[in-house]
Design a protein around this ligand. Structure first.
Ligand code: PEP
Ligand code: MG
Length: 584
């Protein structure tokens, strides 16, 4: 019996069974060899051919990306194609083959290393980061020279379950849903951005498995249970049949939930709850209504601009926001200003070299330092506000001074637009993310100056419990029901209610049906989540009485530890929703 089971974290729900594809991110090892004079011409020709093949591969990828979800990312490929014509890279390598009489692999490797050194010496962070693009292109040429396969998720043509050490958010975006059945990674956590993207694309995934890449070969049969974070390699017949049954049951249950799509999210005693969608890309707007959501509670604008060499312009902001606002209208769209930094790295002009990026120049801090970037985005959003029901959300506000400064910049931008006679919604509401403990602690003060609150539990839990949200080694400590977290939530709710401003939650906690009744009982009127979670949470909302939810919240609040609180929540849910709990 060869069956091996691995436990990690359920990152995106669903059960998949399929053949593994081990994504090899190791660098190609090359041997630099001296060649004879007569071979120089052939070697140059061989190198040039590899460049041409690389170009054709990238062109092909670009063509594929000009359609569908990935189309806003085609420019990444354009940058890479341009580098294949770069003089330093191409002519530099040819010159080395000729002058040093080395083979193409050795000459290319030396050229890339030499360019790398030059880039390292550059002061400007952004320019220095271009080194990665050169390395990526160089690696592609090397793979074509040595006959190694290219490792891009977009190239995978047979159905497969991807096994990788880690995936970047861009990798996830390149996944074709019809080919990639699911994925499992050594690294990552439930709230890492790769996991969030997997959920929004509806691809089942388990992360934080620590050593799955060492245990799987391409072609092995694997099962990924994205609900419980379990991966089974080479399952025996009994396990295989058991998971086949689980997969069928899960699909059936999803279909049952689908029937709730058009029904409103109201409790048994008539309280209306707003279930909204979190989106990362403008193309996802339609999926919110398709899953039975009403409006967009969080549009994470940074994902549209992932990995681009420069920062987005006002016009690009305007076009993206207008697209979202128009399509969601008359429902509301909460547009969050850029939250760059942290694990959302790879943005033009943003430093990637901080020792503690989560505590560094991120989100509103970055925007207040780079007012040009901030203003360009605010102008774009405001201009788009006449095309729908737009609200603005500032990320990572830690105190009153920061909120006031951000609002002042907004006022300046509004004044500029007025002077220029550019129309915008004069009543646009401005809310703040409550995702730093300091903001939760002074939420009574902030509530007087913000139009609404949206609680970001992904960061709030990270900062409250001192747990890196992307670190698989501490993921087991990440606990939404920790009494410290619950007390902060309670405090924020009280502040919002006293100031009579709307209270929303848009962190991942809002999309977990286990917590839904507690959050209702605590007074959250808007829950914004991954679209796939909407039917699950709606099922709970439509089957509870607000009275009971308030009682449950009070009971959970009295528990001394997270484990006690969890037990209380689970007991309540098992009593009320045995079928749903069996699927969780
Ligand atoms: C959060 O922190 O909970 C949140 C919604 O924002 P993000 O996950 O984009 O940091
Ligand atoms: Mg956050």
């Amino acid at each position: 019996m060869n069956e091996k089971a691995f436990n990690g974290i359920g990152a995106s729900p669903g059960v998949v069974i399929g053949r593994a594809y081990l994504l090899d991110r190791r660098k190609v090892v090359v041997a630099g060899q001296r060649i004879e004079e007569v071979k120089v011409k052939d070697e140059v020709a061989r190198f040039k051919k590899a460049v041409e093949i690389s170009k054709a591969q990238l062109e092909e990828l670009k063509k594929r990306f000009s359609k569908g979800l990935g189309k806003s990312h085609a420019y990444i490929l354009e940058t890479l194609i341009m580098l294949l014509e770069d003089k330093m890279l191409v002519d530099g390598t040819v010159k080395r083959i000729k002058d040093l009489r080395v083979n193409a692999e050795g000459a290319l490797k030396e050229t890339i290393d030499a360019i790398g050194l030059k880039f390292d010496a550059i002061e400007d962070e952004y320019l220095r980061e271009r080194k990665h693009d050169i390395e990526q292109v160089g690696e592609r040429i090397l793979r074509n020279l040595t006959g190694h396969k290219q490792e891009s998720l977009a190239d995978i043509s047979d159905e497969a379950v991807i096994i990788a050490h880690d995936l970047a958010p861009t990798d996830t975006l390149m996944m074709r849903k019809d080919k990639i059945l699911g994925f499992a990674t050594d690294a990552g956590s439930r709230t890492s951005h790769t996991a969030i993207l997997a959920r929004s694309l509806g691809i089942p995934a388990a992360v934080g498995l620590e050593r799955i890449t060492g245990a799987v070969k391409t072609g092995d049969v694997v099962i990924v249970d994205g609900i419980h974070g379990v991966v089974i390699v080479d399952p025996d017949e009994e396990t295989f049949l058991e998971y086949l049954k689980k997969q069928r049951r899960y699909k059936y249950f999803e279909q049952e939930l689908e029937k709730l799509r058009l029904l409103p999210a109201v409790t048994l005693d008539g309280d209306v709850v707003h279930l909204e969608g979190n989106i990362e890309l403008p193309e996802e707007v339609a999926s919110v209504a398709e899953h039975g959501g009403t409006g967009i509670g969080l549009y994470r604008t940074e994902f549209l601009f992932l990995n681009r060499p420069d920062l987005p312009t006002e016009e690009q902001h305007y076009q993206a926001c207008r697209h979202v606002a128009e399509r969601a209208s008359p429902q509301e769209v909460v547009i969050r200003t850029l939250d760059v930094g942290g694990d959302k790295i790879g943005f033009g002009g943003v430093s990637e070299k901080e020792a503690n990026p989560a505590l560094g120049l991120r989100a509103i801090r970055f925007l207040l330092q780079r007012k040009d970037v901030f203003k360009a985005q605010l102008r774009g959003i405001l201009r788009a506000s006449v095309h729908g029901n737009v609200k603005i959300l500032f990320p990572m506000i830690s105190g009153l001074a920061e909120l006031r400064e951000a609002k002042m910049v907004l006022e300046e931008v509004k004044n500029d637009l007025r002077t220029e006679d550019v129309p915008f919604d004069e009543n646009v509401k401005v809310g703040i993310m409550i995702e730093i403990p300091s903001a939760a602690m002074i939420s009574d003060l902030l509530a007087k100056e913000a139009d609404f609150f949206s609680v970001g539990t992904n960061d709030l839990i990270q900062y409250t419990l001192a747990i890196d949200r992307a670190n698989e080694h501490v993921a087991y400590l990440y606990e939404p029901l920790d009494p410290a977290v619950l007390r902060l939530l309670q405090r924020v709710s009280q502040a919002a209610h006293e100031a009579r401003i709307p209270l929303a939650m848009c962190g991942e906690m809002a999309g977990d049906p286990l917590y839904a009744s507690i959050l209702l009982g605590m007074g959250f009127q808007h829950l914004s989540m991954n679209v796939a979670s909407i039917p699950w949470v709606k099922k709970v909302v439509r089957s509870v009485r607000m009275e009971d939810a308030v009682e449950l919240a009070a009971l959970v609040m009295r528990q001394p530890t997270a484990a006690h609180a969890r037990k209380t929540a689970e007991t309540f849910m098992h009593d009320r929703f045995p079928d749903l709990m069996a699927e969780l």
